[in-house]
Design a binder for this molecule. Structure first.
Ligand code: CUA
Length: 269
C-alpha cells in the first residue's frame, strides 16, 4: 500500500500543466512574431531608403502604374515573390499545426493508463455567490478546494442557478459553469500554495465577490486532511449501520458511483 502510494506520486514526464503549455505557446509566438516583424520592417526600411527620391531620376526604372498588380514575371522579382509567399505559408501552417496539437492536449489533459488511474475528480458547483466542491469520498467544502501537489485533478463544473464561469488565472484554467450540464477541465499544480479562483461570468450583484481558493498541499498533508474530512462525512450523514457492526458507514454510499475513476490511493477506506 505504501509502495503504491509512493509510486503514485511520480508524475509522468509527458504530463504538463496547462500553465506550462500556455507559457510555451506565448514564448514561441513572441519569438517567431518578433523575428518576422524585424525582418519585414528592416527590409521595408531598406527598400524605402534604397529607392528614395534622391533627385536623380532613373530613366530605365520600371515604376508600377496605378492599378497595376505586381506580376512577378521578371527574373529577380518572381523569385522574391515566391520566396515571401512560400515562407509566409510555411510559418503560418507550422504555427497552426503546432498550436492545434498543444490545444488538443489542453482540452483533454494527460491521457493513458496512468492518467486514467492517477487522478482525482472534484465536482465544482457555482451558486450565487460561492463555489462548492465535492470530492470522490463525499466530502463537501465551500470556498477552499484542497488538492495534493503534482496530482492530476479533473474538474466537473456546473452551476446551481445562473451561468457562472470558473477560472483560476495562475493555473490557466477556465471553464463555464452552466446549470444542467457539466464542463470538464483539469489541472496539475506543481507547487504548494494557494491559487485564487474567480468567477468570469457576470452573474449578479455579488459577482465580483464570488471568489475562492485552491490550496495545494503536500500529498501526505492532503491525505491526512482528506481522510479526517472523509470520516466527518460518515459521522454527519445519516448513520448507516454496516452489516458487520463496525459502525463505519461505507464510503461507497456517498460516492457518485464512479469510484473506479478515482485514484485508489486517495480514496478513504
Ligand atoms: Cu458567478 Cu460571476
Amino acid at each position: 500500500m505504501l509502495d503504491s502510494l509512493a509510486l503514485a506520486h511520480q508524475v509522468p514526464e509527458d504530463w504538463r500543466a496547462q500553465a506550462e503549455v500556455f507559457n510555451e505557446l506565448f514564448f514561441v509566438f513572441l519569438v517567431v512574431g518578433t523575428l518576422v516583424g524585424v525582418v519585414v520592417v528592416s527590409y521595408t526600411l531598406y527598400n524605402a531608403y534604397k529607392n528614395r527620391d534622391d533627385g536623380q531620376g532613373r530613366e530605365e526604372f520600371d515604376a508600377p502604374q496605378l492599378g497595376e498588380l505586381p506580376t512577378g514575371q521578371e527574373g529577380g522579382k518572381s523569385s522574391k515573390l515566391f520566396l515571401s509567399f512560400g515562407l509566409s505559408a510555411i510559418i503560418v501552417i507550422s504555427l497552426v499545426v503546432y498550436s492545434y496539437g498543444l490545444l488538443l492536449y489542453v482540452e483533454q489533459g494527460p491521457s493513458g493508463d496512468v492518467a486514467d488511474e492517477q487522478n482525482m475528480e472534484v465536482d465544482v458547483t457555482g451558486i450565487q455567490f460561492i463555489w462548492q466542491y465535492e470530492y470522490p469520498n463525499g466530502v463537501e467544502t465551500t470556498g477552499t478546494m484542497r488538492v495534493p501537489r503534482g496530482e492530476l485533478i479533473r474538474l466537473a463544473v456546473t452551476s446551481g442557478d445562473v451561468w457562472h464561469n470558473f477560472g483560476v488565472p495562475d493555473l490557466r484554467v477556465k471553464t463555464d459553469a452552466i446549470p444542467g450540464e457539466y464542463s470538464h477541465t483539469w489541472f496539475i499544480a506543481n507547487e504548494t500554495g494557494s491559487y485564487t479562483i474567480k468567477c468570469y461570468e457576470l452573474c449578479g450583484s455579488g459577482h465580483s465577490d464570488m471568489t475562492g481558493e485552491i490550496v495545494v498541499m503536500e500529498q501526505e498533508e492532503f491525505d491526512e486532511w482528506y481522510e479526517s474530512a472523509g470520516a466527518n462525512v460518515t459521522e454527519e450523514s445519516t448513520p448507516t449501520p454496516t452489516p458487520g457492526g463496525h459502525g463505519e458507514a461505507s464510503v461507497s454510499t456517498v460516492g457518485d458511483g464512479s469510484a473506479s475513476a478515482h485514484r485508489a490511493g486517495v480514496a478513504a477506506r
